[in-house]
Structure formats: structure tokens, C-alpha cells
Design a protein around this ligand. Structure first.
Ligand code: EPU
Length: 431
């Protein structure tokens, strides 16, 4: 098992470049299967979840060729619609293979998705959408089995706003016969990105980014070359790392518009944020203030930034309140922050954060992807050494996390937990 060791107390300074959006890439890679022609996808992040999905594509017969670290060519001439890859059960994005395979082949057998344990994560809205397109869907032996004689356009009104269900039904409907209207859609930037990619393959999708998406099914999709948008959550994580450490960091290759909810909160607590065309500069030069936040669907404050924000507020002045309205189990990391001296009380879906003067280093365990990143931020703020265990969660969604942080001055390194000599050397070197 690998762990990060961090010596805290260093102000982050310099420039960091953001990779492509993981959650867009998951949908886009699945969509690439929907044509037999070659698709080239650029700006793919080199993270665990993406690599697991690419392996699953290879296992069902697609040709996947990595041109370089961030460019992949996919030829989706698959041999089976049954995805039997064990790793798929552990990740969330596997569910996009249902929509993609159902759309292309009228059949899909895909393991039930797993993903970070941040609350109950049902998929009944996805199933409702597939059924509205004429598919039969059942779940047995841990697999989702979906099939149809022929998919036909339908009218779907989602009961709840779901990123996954919106993308999944959009995928299937792209090749269904006739028109599909999806209402009460999610509006996240990665939904627009997946729609743009499908359109670049010849699909006819309008309205992505609003709450009504209209799709005119086409008979066939063709090859395309497409570059994925920057990862708003990776960017936001570095913004908060800069703010929490009192740093001055320019975060490059971002779309500032996608970061507005985060920027607004940072400005409110006293951080200076400067927007450029494709960069934001975050400069924090005084003790920050408190705020109240409720996580919401886009364009609201993203649930995927909640742990990083809570952590950053732990050392701000006064009392802040964060309400988590998307996932019910997303405060598990708070016990770990408490070990570091934070004063945070969780009541139901609300965290009451009483700002403390300082955090102190401790050994903590990453419970999931974003909470893991948040604990790294805590380690960079804290006095002394912090060990963050279970780095594998963080690597599901952050590329070269420790290297990028080193690049802006953090004292952090990654070690196998059995590497006593390496760990000892690092601790001695940092003093
Ligand atoms: N929900 C249902 N039924 C459904 C679908 C969703 O009740 O059929 C509920 C969920 O339980 C949750 C809410 O609706 O309470 C929103 O879930 P959504 O479907 O939007 O989330 P998701 O598709 O499972 C994606 C991201 C998450 C991100 C959420 C919210 C991927 C692979 N995952 O999950 O990303 O938190 O949207 O923006 O795109 C992450 O990257 O760390 C991560 C967890």
C-alpha cells in the first residue's frame, strides 16, 4: 500500500497545469465504442479510473492504442457486449458502457457500478431512461442486463437530477430511432463535453448544458478527433490548496467559467482570485474568513469540492457551515481531520466548522478520492509530518498529484508503506 508523507507549513507558489476532466473522459471513452471507425481522444487524464475503463474496452475486443500519455486511439469493433472485467465493479464510470453498448448493439451486460463510498448510489434513473427507449433491463448476479429489439426515441423526465443518468441515456438515445427528449437533466460541463463529442461523431444532440436535452437519433456514428475539457475538480482542488496554505498559485489550462462557484466562495472568505483566458491565479495573503455553503448541482457549489473546502475552512477565522445535499455519506473524513486538531461537528448532512489556529500532523486514512485530496491539503497546512494512507483512492482521479504539488513547493512524497528506509530518509531530509 502506498502513502503520502507531507511536511506541512509551506506556502504553495508557482504554476500548475490541469489535466483533462476524468468524469468527461469516462463518458467520452464509452461513447467512442459507438462507432467502428477510429476515434482519437486528446487530453485524457492518466488516472486509475480511466485506465481501468480502457482495459475493459480492450477486453471486449476494442483496439485501444495510447499514442502518448494523454492521447488514445480507439477502434470500437467489439466482439461481445458482455463486460466481465472485475475492476469494473469497483468504479462508477463503468455504467456508461450500458448506454453506449445498448445504443450501438441493442444489448449490454455490465457489472453493477461501484465507485467511491460516499453514500447510496442507485441507478434507477438510468434504468428508467433505458426503459423509456424501449429496452428491457434487469439486474441479476451483480450484472445489469439491458436489451432491446430496436431502441426508439422516448420522452423522459428524471425524478432527480443525475449526472450519470443524463449522460447514459444521452448515449443510448444518440443511436435510437426517432426523437428523444430528456427533461430535468444535469447541466455539468462534462455533460456538454460528452454531447459535443457525440455530435462530432455525427450525433444530433441539442440543449446539453440546459435542463432539457433533445436528441434526434441517427443511424450511424463516425470517427472523430476530440480534446477533452480541463478538469474543474482538479483545478478547484489546487485553488483550495493554494488558498489553505496562504499561497500564490496560477492554475493553468482551466475554463474559469466552470470554476465560478469555487471562485465566488474563495473571494467571499478573503482570497484574491484573478481570472485570465485559460488560467486562474489564487493569492491568499491573510487569515481567511468563514462562510456558509450548500453543495448543489451545477452551477452550484460542487459536492466533489466539499471535502477540500471543509478542510480549508478548518483553519479559517470563525464558524463556517457546510451542508452536503447530494451524497449523504460524504463527511467520513472529518474524523481524520479531528485527529489533526480540527474542530468540526457533523450533524446529519451538515458540518459545523469552528476555525482553529493550526492543524498538527498525524497519520490519516483517505476514505475516498476527494476526501483523500482534502487530507493532503490538511497535511500541507498542518505543523509537522502527516501521513495520508490509501493513496490509491486519490490516484483514481488525480494525475501525478504529489509531483504537481512538489512543483509548487509542497514538501510531499509517495512511499510504499514497507519502504522504511525511504520514509526515514525523507523525514530526515525535511528536518
Ligand atoms: N441518484 C439516484 N438515482 C439514480 C442516480 C442518482 O438516486 O439513478 C442520486 C445519487 O444517489 C445522488 C444524486 O442522485 O444522491 C446525484 O448522483 P449523480 O447520478 O449525479 O452522480 P454520479 O453520476 O453517481 C457523478 C460523478 C461523481 C460526482 C457526481 C455529482 C462520475 C463517474 N461520477 O456521479 O464524481 O460526485 O456525479 O456531481 O462522473 C468524483 O469524481 O469524485 C465523483 C464522486
Amino acid at each position: 500500500m502506498e502513502q503520502y508523507i507531507i511536511k506541512g507549513g509551506k506556502r504553495l507558489e508557482g504554476e500548475v497545469v490541469i489535466n483533462g476532466a476524468k468524469n468527461a473522459a469516462l463518458g467520452i471513452i464509452a461513447a467512442a465504442l459507438m462507432t467502428d471507425e477510429q476515434v482519437t481522444i486528446e487530453n485524457i487524464p492518466d488516472v486509475l479510473d480511466i485506465n481501468v475503463l480502457l482495459d475493459a474496452l480492450t477486453e471486449i475486443g476494442a483496439i485501444v492504442e495510447r499514442k502518448d500519455r494523454h492521447t488514445v486511439k480507439i477502434v470500437g469493433r467489439i466482439q461481445t457486449t458482455k463486460v466481465d472485467n472485475e475492476s469494473m465493479r469497483k468504479m462508477r464510470g463503468s455504467y456508461y458502457l450500458i448506454g453506449a453498448l445498448l445504443g450501438k448493439c441493442n444489448n449490454a451486460q455490465v457489472p453493477l457500478p461501484g465507485g467511491c463510498n460516499i453514500g447510496s448510489r442507485p441507478i434507477e434513473q438510468h434504468i428508467k431512461g433505458f426503459k423509456a427507449l424501449g429496452a428491457d433491463v434487469d439486474i441479476s448476479f451483480g450484472m445489469v442486463n439491458a436489451s432491446a429489439e430496436k431502441l426508439k426515441g422516448g420522452h423522459i423526465f428524471f425524478d432527480i437530477v443525475s449526472v450519470g443518468a443524463t449522460i447514459n441515456v444521452m448515449l443510448a438515445a444518440a443511436l435510437a430511432e426517432g426523437q428523444t427528449i430528456i427533461e430535468n437533466c444535469a447541466k455539468e460541463p462534462h455533460i456538454v463535453d460528452v454531447a459535443n463529442f457525440l455530435n462530432s461523431m455525427g450525433a444530433n444532440i441539442k440543449g446539453a448544458g440546459t435542463d432539457v436535452i433533445r436528441i434526434k437519433g441517427v443511424q450511424k456514428l463516425h470517427g472523430s478527433t476530440y480534446s477533452i475539457i480541463p478538469d474543474q475538480i482538479e483545478a478547484g482542488t489546487f485553488m483550495l490548496a493554494a488558498a489553505a496554505t496562504g499561497g500564490n498559485v496560477t492554475i493553468k489550462n482551466v475554463i474559469p467559467k466552470h470554476l465560478e462557484a469555487i471562485t465566488a466562495k474563495l473571494v467571499e472568505i478573503g482570497v484574491e482570485v484573478t481570472e485570465e483566458d485559460d488560467a486562474v491565479r489564487v493569492n491568499a495573503h491573510k487569515r481567511l474568513g468563514n462562510t456558509q455553503i450548500k453543495t448543489l448541482v451545477y452551477p452550484g457549489f460542487p459536492t466533489d469540492m466539499q471535502p477540500q473546502m471543509t478542510t480549508s475552512l478548518a483553519t479559517c477565522e470563525g464558524t463556517s457551515i457546510i451542508t452536503e445535499s447530494i451524497f449523504e455519506n460524504r463527511f467520513k473524513y472529518v474524523d481524520e481531520l479531528t485527529k489533526m486538531g480540527a474542530n468540526i461537528k457533523v450533524e446529519g448532512n451538515t458540518a459545523i466548522i469552528n476555525g482553529v489556529e493550526k492543524l498538527t500532523g498525524a497519520t490519516v486514512c483517505a476514505p475516498d478520492l476527494r476526501a483523500g485530496a482534502a487530507l493532503v491539503i490538511a497535511g500541507m497546512v498542518a505543523e509537522g509530518f502527516t501521513v495520508v494512507e490509501h493513496v490509491e483512492y486519490i490516484e483514481r482521479g488525480y494525475e501525478s498529484f504529489e509531483k504537481k504539488l512538489q512543483g509548487i513547493g509542497a514538501i510531499i512524497d509517495k512511499f510504499d508503506e514497507s519502504d522504511n528506509r525511504g520514509i526515514q530518509k525523507f523525514r530526515l531530509k525535511c528536518g
